[in-house]
Design a protein around this ligand. Sequence first.
Ligand code: 3HC
Length: 676
Amino acid sequence: MSDMPQSVTSARDGEVYVVIVNNPPVNALSWHVRQGLSDKFAEALADDSVKAIVLRCDGATFIAGADITEFGKAPQGPDFNAVLNSIEQATKPVVAAIHGTALGGGLETALVCHYRVAVPSAKLGVPEVKLGLLPGAGGTQRLPRIVGVEMAAEMVSGGEPLSAKKAAEVGLVDRLAGEDSLAADAIAFAREAIAMGPRPTRDRPVTGDVAVIEKLKSANARKWKGFDAPYANLACVEAATRLPFDEGLKFERTEFTKLMSGSQSAAQRYMFFAERQAAKIDGLPKDVQLRGISKVGVIGAGTMGGGITMNFLQKGIPVTIIEMVQENLDRGVGVIRKNYEASAAKGRFKPEQVEAMMGLLTPSLSLEDLADCDLIIEAVYENMDVKKELFGKLDAIAKPGAILASNTSYLDVNEIASATKRPADVLGMHFFSPANVMKLLEVVRGDATAPDVLATAMAIGKKIGKVAVVAGVCHGFIGNRMLSQRQIPANALLMEGALPDQIDQVHLDFGMPMGPFQMSDLAGLDIGWHRDPSRIETLRDAFCAAGRFGQKNGKGFYDYDERRNRTVSAEANAIIEDFRSKSNLAKREVTTQEIIERTIYPMVNEGAKILEEGKAQRASDIDVVWIYGYGWPVYRGGPMFWAGLEGLGKIVASLDAQGIEVSPLLRAKAEKGESF
Ligand code: 3HC
């Protein structure tokens, strides 16, 4: 293989042979790395002057896993399991030297080494479950032989890595190296290991109590609902407790193959890349310089403004928060403190961290206090006149170069920008409620938004832990624009004979965290209501006239108890029935399939229109919006990915039958047999 990249090299230090992997950016186990490992270990084993072997990596990290881009393609190079087995069975002691992240197949490589040395900052884990997979190169069989069943079960099913310090406590790391002396420390350890000899993991007994597996399943029942991978991971660890090693490996292989060929893992792997792709902005000059953001202003201390503020305080960025009256300001600041204290009580922050974060917050009643802010985010009442007036004032107050952002969820960002003399500095930063929790940030690019303003907003989004997606200006941007295409037919279905609970249940079974009517109740049915109980033109008017405003007053499409648990409401259903009969609409049976076709297919159609109009950069960005903003189940990969599984032809046929105007892009793709 003369065209093989030199991604694995070797060096000698006396009797120690050092294998070095160098495959940027994350030293993934591409075919040529597997080939290189196989060749170099064979060379080290054949050389009698070699007494011990060290495996280490150049670059930012130890091996971060299998090369995900190779999944689903024709296999090339040596089989990974075969390479690992030959390392484990080496007749000379093998030491892994770990820095950065030893993840997935990377940790599995370290597990077949006889000893592990790591720098204190390293992290070790098996995140395959997050890709809908399991560690398929012996990880589920070897981990319980090193860290015991309890820790192994937790690691494979949760996917969170251990710090090197924790790994040393549980026996996964044999020695912590100096942060800057890993290569030398590992060689020194290898010299000591010559006397200890090889220690194949497969020969070690499985320790610990298998009862932990059932406990994990019940503790995570809600979180894992609908997912296959956590359960498959646990089944493999359970198998390790009762099967001989080689049979355990076979069991693991069968489970791995099932997951790998299924749609859940395909969706989750797609999302891994979709999320990273979303950060890339089309058409941006390469040399764009970011603007510095060291102080933020937030206007509005309500639920949204408060949540937005928390994101920045948590990252150590000072925030000036503005309200119009003292009482509301005090209430907003109080809620922020209460939220932090509740998190501290759960152990997420130390009490002194709460004080430090609150110390970064400056409450004020005066817009003038925003004069020194680098980024100002407006989160006030959703009304164009109010927003334009505010941006006009901000234009006079904000320092030159400050970024002015609106958290509007529907309104025209270009019109808002037109209220200023600096539309290039204006954009939308649309957070999702609760804004300190939800990971999505839609960054809305106005016609005049400057490239550096857009890039800075995307970067600050990443800094505060959000997944930021670029959206164009249109009513509701990406997420809410598609959401309304779900709500309109859901409401129509009520008039044809379905009940809220029936429609919501279809969405819950699909894997959404809540259905359309649960969401309406959460948002409030009285938003935009004309407040005249005698004027009943829509079903919503009928609900408001009956004093059913949603969760906020304990009754909407459902009844709620004081803990906000919902039950089907006879009164609500009677209002629906009454409204329908007065409208002279016939009642009929509505099926699950019809609910899916009527409420989900139009979302796909709207997504295609959004793409066609260039309001989203790519289909996968739309999927990122739905997964991180609305809790679309990641194992279904977002609406555009899911549409491909469902079949675009089937979707187009149904939309045609429903009399819905089909997006030309969607139709063309369906005709060509393509997906998004
Ligand atoms: N395969 C292929 N490409 C990968 C990769 C992998 N395993 N991991 C990361 N990359 C790519 C990313 O797509 C990205 O590419 P881009 O620059 O073109 O967008 C680039 O490497 C850098 O990645 P990040 O932007 O994520 O860099 P960070 O520094 O933020 O994070 C990381 C680094 C923690 C290693 C993170 O990339 C990560 O979590 N990677 C995935 C790890 C993983 O899931 N490993 C298990 C793989 S499955 C497996 O091993 C199966 C086995 O059991 C048989």
